[in-house]
Every structure is written in structure tokens, then in C-alpha cells.
Design a protein. Structure first.
Length: 74
């Protein structure tokens, strides 16, 4: 079993760099909404972005797309 630990306090700059690398491997189309990655809604506080959640979601999507395509382009 492999384990990946994503720090809950991931700096925005680091998250953006990793996100860009992962996003470029997806060859996304309009169905993947990049601006919705990592969005958390809290009652009374509106929406905010979590870098660690965005990276987690993107890693999951990357692996799912790779499985559907037959191979990851990483």
C-alpha cells in the first residue's frame, strides 16, 4: 500500500506548482472545472479554497482519468 501525506497547511505557491504539473498531464476539456477544485462551503462564511483539498481531488481525478485512458501520462 502506498501512502501520500498532503499537509493541510500547504502553501499556495507550492499547491499552484503541483496543481499545474498534474493539470497538464490530464489534457482536460470543459467537463473538468479547474476553478471548482478545493472549494469548501461553510455556512455563514461562503466559499473558500483549500490547497490541500484541491491537490487531493486533482490526484484522485488524475488516477481515475489515467485508469480510463489505460495509462497515466505522468
Amino acid at each position: 500500500m502506498s501512502v501520500l501525506d498532503i499537509d493541510g497547511d500547504c502553501p499556495t505557491e507550492v499547491g499552484a506548482e503541483l496543481e499545474e504539473a498534474l493539470w497538464s498531464s490530464l489534457h482536460p476539456d470543459e467537463r473538468l472545472q479547474r476553478d471548482r477544485l478545493g472549494i469548501v462551503r461553510r455556512p455563514g462564511h461562503g466559499e473558500e479554497r483549500s490547497e490541500s483539498l484541491a491537490l487531493t481531488q486533482l490526484l484522485i481525478v488524475t488516477h481515475l482519468v489515467g485508469a480510463l485512458d489505460g495509462a497515466l501520462d505522468l
